[in-house]
Ligand binder design. Structure first.
Ligand code: A3P
Length: 301
């Protein structure tokens, strides 16, 4: 079996080396263009391994998103909701583990593919890259997206021109969003499509909708005890970004290029922060691309 695995990794490496190479943004890993999207080799290999090995179960809940759109926030809200009979806001593992350590990533955490794994899994993979078992099983998909202007600013170290051209992690960003949007219209029972901005406006309302969608609605007793409000407060930017684990801890410690400081995931957590960073020309240019790309789709920002 190890030989097969090595052979698979070798053929993947060969395939990747033949792909169009993009920018590395000063980071160790370059982006490569594969089937319309830009991914680093580590993530691309991870997605392809998942396509081969991951067997989704009807009870699974898959959190999908492009990077910097609210993934960690969604992970914490969903994790706190589905574990609410086990923990409360004084005992939840979220107090000492960063959200990325409580909900694994499909591309990287293959050890979690085992039969007795957690039903919650996250991925940045574009829709067309999802393992077929995710599409065909009865599992549910929750997708979050965000105004491209805030998403770009949140990526801070990315060049504006290249973001506009689509050369960003798992980019083009607009294509990532649009494909999930279309799939959510085609399969409304399988999908819940969220926007960061809407979630921010009324997080309690959306958390209740999410719990219903996942088949674990808040009972009237839970609502009386203000459980949704407590979860929202615990997962709020102010609270979660101030936990010691998220101020000074590390994610994937010892895993080379993948090691990252948890604080990177918690910058400002605001809607419309782009106004402080983008010139009017940049904002107009991004709006034009957004309008052009999303035109006729029924989706707007
Ligand atoms: P900003 O850079 O605009 O602050 P992701 O988790 O997909 O990488 O997204 C990161 C973005 O979500 C960052 O946006 C981060 O600050 C914001 N974020 C993280 N935790 C949050 C929370 N609890 N509430 C709202 N936004 C949050």
């Amino acid at each position: 079996e190890q030989d097969n695995e090595d052979e698979f990794q070798k053929s993947l490496k060969e395939m990747i080396s033949s792909l169009l190479k993009g920018n590395s943004w000063g980071l160790p890993d370059h982006l490569y263009h594969y089937q319309g999207f830009w991914l680093t080799p580590t993530f691309l290999q991870g997605v392809m391994l998942a396509q081969q090995q991951f067997e989704a179960q009807p009870t699974d809940i898959i959190l999908c998103s492009a990077p910097r759109t609210g993934t960690a926030w969604l992970k914490s809200l969903i994790f706190a909701t589905i574990t609410r009979t086990l923990y409360d806001d004084s005992t939840t593992p979220l107090l000492f583990k960063t959200p990325h350590d409580v909900v694994p990533f499909m591309e990287l955490d293959h050890a979690h593919f085992s039969a007795n794994r957690h039903p919650l899994l996250a991925t940045h993979a574009p829709y067309s890259f999802l393992p077929t078992s995710i599409i065909n099983s009865g599992c549910k998909i929750i997708y979050i997206c965000r105004d491209p202007k805030d998403t770009f600013v949140s990526m801070y170290h990315i060049s504006f021109e290249l973001f506009c051209e689509g050369i960003s992690w798992y980019g083009p960003y607009w294509d990532h969003v649009l494909r999930y949007w279309k799939a959510s219209l085609e399969h409304p029972n399988k999908f819940m499509f969220l926007k960061y901005e809407k979630m921010n406006e009324d997080t309690v309302l959306y958390l209740k909708k999410l719990a219903e969608f996942m088949g674990c609605p808040f009972s009237s007793e839970e609502q009386q005890k203000r459980m949704p409000e407590k979860i929202v407060k615990m997962c709020s930017f102010k609270n979660i970004s101030n936990l010691e684990v998220n101020k000074s801890g590390k994610h994937r410690e010892g895993q080379g290029n993948l090691e990252i400081e948890n604080k990177i995931y918690f910058r400002k957590g605001k809607v419309g922060d782009w106004k402080n960073d983008l010139t009017p020309e940049m904002s107009t240019q991004l709006d034009q691309i957004t309008q052009q790309k999303l035109s006729g789709s029924g989706l707007s920002f």
